[in-house]
Design a protein around this ligand. Structure first.
Ligand code: PLP
Length: 362
């Protein structure tokens, strides 16, 4: 195995830089459970200002802040509406059901995105036979949906529809800043119609951990109690919040590079026989591509690449996802593309295959 690995499995694989670690080491801290960590307070205040919301609360992970949102808006027995590929429904260990007693009503959209026409007719009547439809969850950018950024008018349309039907709105903004950069719309505008928004710092922003949930003062007060119940209320959390503050200052403008690198990678693999990728569909830092069945499956290609020091994961039997981030350069993206070309040329059906697809058993 080569000693430098080009890791395009996820944008969560980034490691904090020396400067980020220095910011962490120098962080002023206090007991955050008592609201006395100045660095956490600074981060929360900045997120309120950036997103134009009343309050914010720091969380350990995106899953945690999403679930704080779910529990804040819903009570056991309720249902939430979400696109079929939604992270909250598919990739959070069944948390809405397990932690909040909430059912996910999954609805098919396009590219992981829902519009009003997909949601209409799915708000249950006030009837003792039925559960209460309480919340709409959208994801921006979409993850398993393909890395797309919602058109801002669509977000507004869905939020207006939800509110006029008495529903709450939550945005899973794990990659909110990627969405803002790709759609050239401010995070403030993207978040305007949402009651709560969850943002990850451990993805494209390059932090080791941390998320923030923003919303009204009343909702965030409730979310703090949920966070406590989930074991996510921390003490000197300023150590990690300092990384997020550093990222807000330094790692947002550079997301355009990740998007350009993703496009360059997609272009480079688009000419490989048996690889199917829609270059124009690459809007952000995620590249989904399909593999012709004759060549082998995604797990086999993933393993063949791993032997060559490139990590790209399967997302389905014939589908892979490559992810760009601040720890892969343009040159490395092109090297990864060359490694795919080499694997296809040499064949990779001899590999047993890494377990592919988070969705199904191999
Ligand atoms: C990564 C991600 C999350 C949160 O995941 P954690 O691993 O808990 O930080 C939530 N939603 C989406 C769309 C994601 O991609």
């Amino acid at each position: 195995m080569p000693d430098t690995v080009i890791n395009m499995l996820s944008d969560t694989v980034t490691r904090p830089t020396l400067q980020m670690r220095q910011a962490m080491a120098n962080a002023e801290v206090g007991d955050d459970m008592g609201g006395e960590d100045p660095t956490v307070n600074r981060l929360e205040a900045r997120m309120c200002e950036l997103l134009n919301k009343e309050a914010a609360v720091f969380a350990c992970s995106g899953t945690q802040s999403n679930q704080m949102g779910v529990r804040t808006h819903c009570v056991p027995g309720d249902e939430l509406l979400i696109e079929t590929s939604g992270h909250i429904a598919v990739f959070e260990g069944g948390a809405p059901a397990a932690l909040s007693g909430v059912m996910c009503r999954t609805l098919p959209g396009r590219r992981g995105m829902l519009d009003v026409s997909d949601l209409e007719g799915h708000v249950k009547a006030d009837n003792q036979h039925l559960c209460v439809t309480r919340l709409v969850c959208l994801e921006n950018t979409t993850n398993a949906g393909g890395g797309f950024a919602y058109p801002v008018e669509q977000l507004k349309r869905v939020c207006d529809w939800a509110h006029s039907n008495g529903l709450k709105t939550h945005l899973d903004g794990a990659r909110l800043f990627n969405a803002a950069v790709a759609s050239k719309v401010s995070v403030k505008e993207i978040c305007a119609g949402f009651d709560t928004v969850s943002i990850c710092f451990s993805k494209g922003l390059g932090c080791p951990m941390g998320s923030v949930l923003v919303g009204s003062a009343q909702d965030i007060r409730k979310a703090r109690r949920v966070r406590k119940m989930l074991g996510g209320a921390l003490r000197q959390a300023g150590i990690v919040a300092a990384a997020a503050v550093y990222a807000l200052d330094n790692n947002i403008d550079r997301l355009v590079e990740d998007h350009a690198n993703a496009k360059a990678f997609a272009e480079a693999i688009s000419s490989i026989d048996g690889i199917q990728v829609e270059v124009s569909n690459v809007e952000t830092n995620l590249v989904f591509f399909n593999l012709a069945k004759e060549l082998g499956n995604a797990g086999q290609l993933s393993q063949a690449l791993r032997e060559r020091g490139v990590r790209i994961g399967g997302m389905g039997v014939q589908t892979l996802r490559a992810c760009t981030h601040l720890d892969v350069s343009r040159e490395q993206c092109l090297q990864a593309a060359s490694a795919i070309r080499e694997c296809v040329r040499e064949g990779f059906q001899q590999y047993r295959g890494l377990p592919f697809g988070p969705f199904a058993r191999a």
